[in-house]
Design a protein around this ligand. Sequence first.
Ligand code: SAH
Length: 502
Amino acid sequence: MRNTKAIKKVSLKALCFIFVILFVNHQTQAKEKDTINFEAKDGLIVTADLFAPHPNETPFIILFHQAQWSRGEYIEIAPKLNKMGFNCMAVDLRSGGNVNDITNETNQRAIKLGKPTDYLDALQDMESAVKYVKSKYESSKIILWGSSYSASLVIKLAEDNPALIDGVLAFSPGDYFDRSKTYIKDSAKNIKCPIFITSALKEEKAWEKIFHAIPSKHKHSFLPKTQGNHGSRALWEKFHDSKDYWQAVSKFLHQYFGEKNNNKNDVQVKGKAIIDKETPEPNWPHPRSDEYIEQRCQMVRHIRGNYGLKDEKVLKAMEDVPRHWFVPEKSAPLAYADRPLPIGYNQTISQPFIVAYMTNQLKLDKNQKVLEIGTGSGYQAAVLTEFTPHVYTIEILEPLARATAKRLRELGYTTVKTRIGDGYKGWPEYQPFDAIIVTAAPDHIPDDLLQQLAPGGRMVLPVGGTFATQELLLITKDAKGRITQKNLMPVRFVPMVPGNSK
Ligand code: SAH
């Protein structure tokens, strides 16, 4: 008897518990989205689902569907973007139909009113969506996301509104329109913001010219190794390769929009649930380029093969950082040869092997602070940024320092701290440094730098007179502050010019 009572009690409790869970679940789901309306230029009412649980200034993604479909293309995508820390809105465009049991309200209204519903007619709906978001979320960055025909139109929209649009994701764009076979390619020529293009494996031909035309250094593309899918549906869970698309999308969004996101922790923690656990995303910018990939890989094969440098993280950094961005434009084709190159002002960018070798000596990780003396082109600083967001770099030649600081900023290396000044003094305000790398040769080890090296820290520097042989040294400071020195190899660097403080 007692037992049955106990069981009854327990099952009653369990029922209440399930009820509470269902109720809470239902509540949160009900709050997940709001259906809203706004007006297009010609007066047509446009419907959209708003998924905006984050504060107003959070980056905002506007989602547009593919041909014949509705905002229903995003029913499982939008909540995932919310979990990654973004606000978003999925819009019904007048050119479309139904998908996932969601009726395209805008299309229905357009038909009732006898309005044309061709692809290009939808451009005004997209414009009104941007206007709506700008008016309600004034201080947030706006990211456009299109699928198939609307993937093409987001490129056009970004061209027309460079001041309003901060990023573009295009799933299977193409020059699909009768108006002109280069309509989108011509728009692409004016895209300056970060842009990501992807498609099914076999669709590359449809967008490669568009991609090529984009001058932005922040352009990225992804093609699946599998067959993939057309448009944003490539991200639907039912497709086994959707994870690969998600990983590429997460990487792009975090690279350009993760940093300034107010819910930064959310982005990192929850984002990982979607992307592969084995490859956690770095949470500071790592700019990339698809140009000269083959040459970059060849350079890395050379460093590995000829010099026997085997550290995979260093090799990966060399493979990922676009060295051609850091040399004068006319030298770009030579950027991946294993040689130093002139960068103007009588200075040179070091030979790739030396950059890799010196970086390897520092044994950096993401919590460490590193000081570079001799910013030069900024390339070494960019390589250091692959390992840590705490990079400080000093350059003594003012015009070079200014030009490079601007370049680093424009390329997206927003974490690098630059300073015009005399490297002999180090950077006392930010000491101690876990690592110091000197890329010009002093004739002695500068005292201030030794002092600014943290216990357990490592410093690599070439020492020797201008015309004498220079020796690359590794200086280590142990936990008790004791210094040891190791000669690594003979080298040739430009001299470190004495400031007032030598
Ligand atoms: N690390 C650079 C290459 C540097 S070449 C790169 O990746 O491109 C050496 C640089 O050190 C030159 O730009 C030179 O102007 C700078 N330099 C020379 N003496 C210096 C000093 N005392 N303080 C800071 N920078 C100095």
